[in-house]
Design a binder for this molecule. Structure first.
Ligand code: MG
Length: 375
């Protein structure tokens, strides 16, 4: 079978462009309008540019390592709770639902959702804070910026270019997350809001399963109380596990529905007709003001009672001390770094290089390396 080679200059193909023209809203990011890639590439025979981005992310090693990186709880807490990878998949799932309902570019949204956390070091935000302190005089460390470093420089998978050579829109979306640019496209806003919905529900679920929270605590929160009341109207006699899962389902469904309704209203209010209109308007893909207030209070509650739970704090301190010890150890003796991580380029600042290596480690790998250097 031979597939004829598309001849147009843009990084898309006729089928993708025709499909998008037929179903996307005019304010969606259409592949035909992409600004392309840093290193020009021929269009693919049957995949659009953001499909290619998504596939490159799924095939990169930083993405696979998310399976052994923690979200909030390390592996020592058990195997029920979310990892960084399953969190990422929940974000992608929620983001795609929102994008489809708003007739936005789902491929773009999925690519950015799968990319959004690949810069996370081992040990979640605790690890991030430690690396940031380690690099205080070298520009600091931030997981959103690190994701850009990975896809622009650190992953070497293709003979023709460094990094993954993602489309400029996906890179710009991640740069927005790193607070390095403004005026986000609607697809970028969708990933942001989906991230919030995913973690506020799954962190509550995980904390309940682990016994760090009890339902009674959460019933003090109006967001949870309202979802709970809705479930009880529908199902009178659920046991506590089934009730919890139904409340979580309701929380996601309610928040997504609220975002869709509020966003549709704001798109009308700001008369968004094109991508240019989107870039000149304030962000619109957000919950309603009422739900924002409930959600903020809920997140505050999780912060104080889950992320600052004594058991979580103990693990946090141990993880931070281990990461700091590894950083100091390898900065002093970089030749002892695990051999697979020898620098591909020599001009890198050694402290930054050590941080890149440490950030790429899974929790499990970091733990093993720490054990070796600690003896
Ligand atoms: Mg996230």
């Amino acid at each position: 079978m031979s597939i004829s080679k598309p001849t147009q200059a843009i990084d898309g193909n006729d089928a993708t462009i025709a499909r998008e023209t037929a179903i996307f809203a005019p304010y969606a990011m259409h592949s035909a309008d992409s600004a392309g890639r840093v290193h020009a590439e021929s269009p693919h025979a049957y995949r659009g540019p953001y499909q290619r981005d998504r596939d490159r992310i799924v095939h990169c090693s930083a993405y696979r390592r998310l399976s052994y990186k923690m979200q909030v709880f390390t592996g020592e807490f058990g195997d029920y709770h979310r990892t960084r990878l399953t969190h990422t998949l929940e974000v992608a799932s929620i983001a795609r639902s929102i994008a489809r309902a708003l007739r936005l570019n789902e491929d773009f949204v999925e690519a950015l959702a799968l990319l959004h956390d690949i810069g996370h070091p081992p040990y979640g935000h605790a690890g991030e804070e430690t690396l940031d302190a380690c690099l205080a005089e070298d520009g600091g460390f931030n997981h959103n910026r690190q994701a850009l470093r990975i896809v622009e420089h650190l992953e070497t998978r293709y003979p023709d270019f460094p990094g993954l050579n993602l489309s400029r829109e996906v890179l710009e979306g991640q740069a927005y997350r790193a607070k390095e640019t403004i005026s986000p496209l609607l697809e970028v806003q969708v990933v942001d809001v989906a991230d919030g919905i995913a973690y506020n529900t799954h962190d509550a679920d995980d904390a309940l399963e682990l016994g760090l929270l009890v339902i009674g605590d959460l019933l003090e929160q109006p967001l949870w109380r309202e979802a709970y009341a809705r479930v009880q109207v529908q199902y009178a006699n659920l046991n506590s596990d089934a009730l919890r899962l139904a409340v979580l389902h309701e929380l996601i469904n309610w928040q997504v529905g609220d975002v869709l309704q509020a966003t549709t209203g704001r798109i009308e209010e700001h008369r968004l007709r094109t991508v240019t209109d989107v870039r000149h308007a304030p962000p619109v893909v957000l919950p309603s003001n009422d739900v924002t207030a409930l959600r903020d209070s809920f997140q505050q509650h999780l912060f104080q009672n889950v992320y600052r739970h004594p058991e979580v704090l103990t693990q946090r301190r141990e993880a931070q001390a281990a990461l700091r010890a590894m950083f100091d150890h390898f900065v002093a003796e970089p030749e002892k770094l695990p051999v697979t991580f020898r620098p591909a380029v020599s001009e890198i600042n050694i402290r930054r290089f050590v941080a890149d290596v440490l950030a790429g480690m899974t929790d499990r790998f970091a733990q093993n390396v720490f054990r070796e250097i600690a003896v």
